[in-house]
Design a protein around this ligand. Structure first.
Ligand SMILES: Nc1ncnc2c1ncn2[C@@H]1O[C@H](COP(=O)(O)OP(=O)(O)OP(=O)(O)O)[C@@H](O)[C@H]1O
Length: 474
């Protein structure tokens, strides 16, 4: 009887079957198809990259023994990955996995094509496979748990973060969504989780990325026709940390690709950690299917810190910088800056700088001046809801009228002004502004902004509206 790929593989299967649990055999070996036998090299087709990773991680020794029994010393195994048509490409997608000689691969380097005309993978018995790709985590080691001080305002989020770091992908906090206002520690906590995981599990692939950068990379990949590479890159990650997911609002293409990546990671027991400036219920222009996934795990809020926590944060900062400061100064700063930890730190840094440059002692008087300036200089973030409320009040109408479909001139003008200020004072996209102000499209918002600019030049009364409203926002 002639030796074929089929016959060799069948013999291997008999051996493998005797050595592993029936369920594992069914899951990991039934779906494999032998495709080619050349000399001492057997090619087997596996359904996904994940499948390949799993085989390499858990069954490589067994596979090697089985194959060597059949083909003798020097037997080689070649994987062929054949994926079904999941991302809209017409042909099934076959690819090669990059080998370790690529060295450090950062997400920015995604333009390096990893798709190959040759659908075969390197022989895992000889060349280390995908597990050896190094992905730069983009983590900041200064943002760790040790210097993320605990208080009532962050206890839940911090402990959930710890739990996730102890067992990434292995808790019900998947995804873990950390949300809260500006400067309350979302980014710090996200990094801390990543840093802790890297310490505990150095082999896990961790990646921190802002939703903004993720979006830019995605747009680039579409332009360069490397969308599949983009998706596969993210599917390799064990722990994915995405900062400021509210940035995805109104960006349906990026949401769609993230949805697929998220599903893949989640299904494969990988950990996803997200941060956002609002709770999922308050997120605008995020597709329902994505929002519902955000809610699968745990949403933990970072609230404004209480007085005691603010004092501890200040003291810790001073301690780490090796600076001493009188209690009454710390107390003064903590009492007057309440809603933003970044501002709290900023004020104390400014005080340290002032005193060392001017060789002055830090007095209460100096502290008052710094804090006053600090609080005054901090631009308040305004929300689109707030803008609509202020503009409606100014024109003595209610918000529903401002948003209505009417073409009455004064209402149209009020609506256009609301759109103009939303563009000016928030980071929301035109599409998101439009949908929040009476469900209009982005072109309407763009038109509104241009009209307001024109009228500001030509219409004195209209100019006054703008000036009055600007004062209200500043
Ligand atoms: N619990 C804490 N202990 C110590 N420092 C903290 C704590 N929370 C926040 N900080 C510090 O406050 C600053 C602001 O935090 P961070 O940048 O993480 O806020 P954020 O919520 O991500 O802000 P944004 O909404 O602007 O993205 C950082 O320097 C961070 O180290």
């Amino acid at each position: 009887m002639s030796v074929t790929a089929r016959s060799v593989w069948d013999n291997c299967l008999t051996f493998i079957k005797d050595n592993i649990q029936p369920q594992a055999f069914k899951t990991w070996f039934d779906p494999i198809k032998p495709v080619r036998l050349t000399d001492k090299s057997l090619s087997i087709q596996v359904p996904s990259k994940f499948f390949y990773e799993w085989l390499e991680e858990h069954y490589i020794t067994l596979l090697k023994v089985a194959l060597t029994r059949e083909l003798g010393e020097g037997a080689k195994l070649v994987y062929v990955i054949k994926m079904e048509n999941t991302y809209g490409n017409r042909e099934p997608f076959t690819e090669k996995i990059p080998s370790s000689n690529r060295g450090q691969m950062t997400p920015q380097e995604m333009d390096v094509p990893i798709k190959s005309k040759n659908p075969q993978l390197k022989n895992p018995f000889v060349i280390p496979g995908i597990r050896n790709i190094k992905i730069e985590s983009q983590l900041n080691p200064n943002y760790n748990f040790e210097n993320f001080l605990e208080g009532d305002s962050n206890r839940l989020a911090r402990s959930a973060g710890m739990a996730v770091a102890n067992k990434p992908g292995g808790t019900s906090f998947n995804p873990l969504l950390i949300f809260g206002g500006v400067g309350l520690g979302k980014t710090h906590l996200a990094h801390a989780i990543g840093v802790e995981i890297k310490d505990k599990y150095p082999d896990r692939t961790v990646l921190y990325i802002s939703a903004e950068k993720f979006t830019q990379q995605y747009i680039e990949s579409v332009k360069k026709n490397t969308r599949n590479d983009f998706i596969h890159f993210y599917q390799l990650i064990d722990v994915l940390l995405i900062d400021d997911v509210q940035f995805l609002s109104g960006k349906s293409g990026t949401q769609d690709v993230f949805f697929h990546i998220f599903n893949h990671l989640h299904q494969n027991g990988k950990q996803v950690i997200l941060t956002s400036d609002k709770a999922p219920v308050d997120m605008q222009d995020i597709e329902q299917r994505l929002l519902s996934r955000f809610k699968w795990g745990l949403s933990a809020e970072l609230q404004t810190p209480d007085y005691e926590t603010r004092v501890s944060i200040l003291k810790n900062k001073l301690y780490r910088d090796g600076v001493e400061m009188p209690e009454e100064i710390i107390d003064y700063v903590a009492k007057h800056i309440k809603t933003n930890i970044r501002e709290l730190e900023g004020a104390i840094i400014s005080l340290i700088a002032q005193s060392s440059f001017n060789k002055k002692e830090v007095t209460l008087d100096l502290a008052q001046k710094v804090v006053e300036k600090f609080v005054k200089n901090t631009k308040r973030e305004v929300s689109i809801d707030y803008i609509q409320k202020v503009v409606s009040d100014y024109f003595e109408m209610d918000v529903a009228t401002l948003q209505s479909k009417t073409r009455k001139r004064h209402i149209v003008q009020a609506r256009q002004l609301a759109m103009y200020f939303a563009k000016k004072y928030t980071k929301a996209s035109l599409a998101s502004i439009g949908s929040q102000i009476g469900k209009r499209d982005h072109a309407t918002v763009l038109h509104a902004c241009k009209t307001v600019d024109n009228l500001a030049e030509t219409d004195k009364q209209f100019r006054k509206y703008i000036d009055d409203l600007t004062k209200k926002f500043s």
